[in-house]
Structure formats: C-alpha cells, structure tokens
Ligand binder design. Structure first.
Ligand SMILES: Cc1cc2nc3c(=O)[nH]c(=O)nc-3n(C[C@H](O)[C@H](O)[C@H](O)COP(=O)(O)O)c2cc1C
Length: 367
C-alpha cells in the first residue's frame, strides 16, 4: 500500500508553486445569478483553499460570446461586475493561501436545461450539430470563429490581470472546443475541419496561441480534454496511439503547459495491452505535466450521480500506486470536494472514517 504522502508532495510549474497534488475539479454550481459570482461562491472556494486543496479550478465560466453559457446562473468571465466579483473570489482564495485557475468555457451546441430561458444569441457550433446527425446550433461563420478565439484570449488576459495563478480552457465533454475535435459533428471544409485530428485541432490550437500571446510565455495554461462526450460516452477523438500523439502534440506545440485528461473512472485503461489511463498516455506521449480525474475516492461515477445515485468513500490505493509510478502529476477531485470542503485535509491526516459519501443533496447547496 502506498502512503498518501505522494499526494502531498509540492509541485512547481513555471512560476506556480503548489503545496500538493490535489486539484479541485471544475464543477458548475449555478449559484451566480445574472452570471455574477456571489460572496457565497467566493467563500465556497475559500473553504477549499483553507483545507489543503493545492489548486482550485473554478466551475466553467463563460467567455464573451452570446451563447457561451446555457444557464443564467452560470458565472461569466466578461463584463465589469462579473470580473469584479471574480477579483473577490481570487483575493479570498489567496488570503487563505490557495491557488486558483478559472475554467474558461463555451458550451457550444449543448442546449439549456432551463426550459424558460434562452441565451441572447444562437448556439455556436462547428457545423450546426449537437451530436452526429442531430441538428442543433448555428454553423459558425469565419467571423464567429475569429470572435470566439478572441473571446478566449481576452478572458485569459483578464484572468492574469485579476491575479489568477493559471487558466484552464474547457476543451472536453462535447462542448464547443471538443465539438471541433469531434469528426462526427465537425463537418467543416475550411481550416478548422477535415478528415484528420490535426486539422480538427486547429480551433483549439488557434485559441491556445491567442491565449499565449496575451498571457506571455511564463503563465501556466491548462487545457481539459476528453475522449468521451456527454452526447456519447463511447465517442473517441483518438482511436490509436498515433492519433493521440498527433492530437496532444498539436495542443502542446500551440502552447498548452498541462493536459487535464478527463475520464469518468481514472482506472480505466486507454488502449488495450497496457493499464495506462488517458492521463498516463498523455504524459508518456508528450512529456508535459498531466492531471488525472474521475471517481477519485468514490465508488460511483459522476454522471450517474446527477440522476441521484449516491457514492461511498473508496480506497485511494490504486490512485496512489499510479501517482507513485509517475503516470500523472496532479489529481483532480470533483464530487468528494463538492461534498466536503475538508476532504483533502482529512485524507492528509488519515481521518478515513470521517470521509463522507456523495449524495445528490450536495448539488443543491454551496457548502
Ligand atoms: C456538479 C458537477 C458539475 C460539473 N461541471 C463541470 C464543468 O463546469 N466543467 C468541467 O470540465 N467538468 C465539470 N464536471 C466534471 C468534473 O470536473 C469531474 O471531471 C467529474 O465530476 C469527475 O470527477 P469526480 O468523479 O471526482 O466527481 C462537473 C461535475 C459535477 C459533479
């Protein structure tokens, strides 16, 4: 059995020093009416900073496109009152000794769950599809694409100016950037589409380059990616190691410092013949730091938890074995930290009997 000490070793990236390897995974909370994070939101993040979370990644927060968010209570990362509120958030987190990155988000063609609300503009998408064959959203014009790239770059510039320690781009789970990666919904024939992943990665690469131009060479830029889509858990961007290398290599060449490799269960192997997971392969193929995620410390995965399934605390042994082996650098934890602000501290202190199950009720409060 590996000791939890491997989770509590410091980590340095460019100028960013993290006290340990625990990252709070980005989790949409919808507690920001009118797109403005409240004092309660700032206090929620501060509590995680006070309790040994090494790096906090914010809930997805919308860049300046009319339909970048599909819920009016999701925070935006543009506009005077929004950015002022984010300044309060980062100041609170810093006051508690924490580090934080906003997750910059554009939902693309993923419909709102709020039936009585529509965004103030059309849903952007590469080719007007939400999933293969399912028409939804507007195929973006050249001007729309350029505007979206500029919106991500501006948000990254603002994040740095506000004092955030890094930025993360949401390039996963079937949202806008991921829709460009996904051949099933990106049918474009211009620079941003084509039969190869190299071509379909141009949108993300252009965003990364634009972000890098704004934040400079020394500021950490993370991109979150996934093979799976919320529209289709079996969808994959890279079926082979060679495709994975091309995909990730394009992102790293464009300026990504860290690859945040989203899985629903971190222990699932990416390819046959090896137990390496997605993050393990990303590190092996690119050599850059990687973050793993997916059911850390819990028995069940997160999508089922939206439907009400509870999860019990689960052993960290397999995670620690892989971390100790060097498969990944950082470990993102979602629901366990949503449920309990003190999760990291309890793990560090070996208070395993105090670890809590995750229940759906936790989604309804900002505890
Ligand atoms: C309530 C909730 C909201 C989420 N919102 C986001 C999000 O805004 N951006 C994102 O990249 N992932 C989001 N996720 C996925 C989590 O970041 C994480 O990958 C997932 O919960 C798996 O980690 P876990 O098993 O430790 O919970 C969300 C998950 C939950 C439970």
């Amino acid at each position: 059995m590996t000791s939890v000490d491997v989770l509590f070793k410091p980590f340095d990236l460019k100028g960013l020093h993290l006290e340990n390897r625990i990252v709070m995974a980005p989790m949409t909370r919808s507690f920001s009416p009118g797109g403005v994070p409240t004092q309660d939101v700032a206090a929620y993040y501060r509590r995680r900073a006070e309790n040994e979370v090494g790096l906090i990644i914010s809930e997805g927060t919308g860049v300046a496109r009319p339909a970048s968010v599909n819920d009016p209570k999701v925070p935006r990362f543009h506009g005077e009152s929004e950015l002022k509120a984010w300044k309060t958030v980062i100041d609170e987190v810093h006051a508690a000794g924490g580090k934080m990155a906003p997750q910059l988000w554009h939902v693309g063609a993923v419909r709102s769950r709020e039936t009585d609300w529509t965004p103030p503009g059309p849903y952007d998408s590469p080719s007007g599809f939400s999933s293969p064959g399912k028409k939804f959203g507007e195929a973006m014009s050249d001007a729309d694409v350029a505007d979206a790239i500029a919106a991500f770059a501006k948000a990254a510039k603002d994040a740095k100016a506000l004092g955030f320690d890094a930025v993360e781009l949401h390039g996963a789970h079937g949202y806008l950037i991921d829709q460009f990666f996904w051949g099933g919904v990106n049918l474009r024939t211009d620079r941003y589409g084509g039969p190869t992943i190299k071509e379909r990665a141009h949108f993300a690469a252009d965003i990364l380059k634009a972000v890098r131009a704004e934040v400079g060479p020394d500021y950490p830029v993370i991109i979150r990616i996934s093979q799976w889509k919320q529209q289709d858990f079996t969808a994959r961007i890279a079926e082979t190691e060679a495709d994975l290398q091309t995909w990730l290599g394009t992102l790293v060449d464009a300026g990504a410092d860290v690859l945040h490799c989203s899985q629903r269960r971190f222990w699932e192997p990416e390819f046959e013949g090896s137990d390496l997971n997605f993050a393990g392969w990303a590190k092996k193929l690119t050599g850059v730091p990687v973050i793993t995620v997916g059911s850390v410390g819990l028995s069940g995965e997160f999508v089922a938890s939206f439907a009400g399934e509870s999860s019990n605390p689960a052993s960290l042994d397999e995670l620690l074995r892989r971390l100790d082996r060097g498969d990944f650098d950082l470990v993102a934890v979602g629901r366990a930290l949503l449920q309990d602000a003190e999760w990291a501290r309890k793990v560090h202190e070996g208070r395993n009997d105090d670890l809590q199950p995750f229940t759906r009720e936790a989604l309804g409060v900002l505890a």
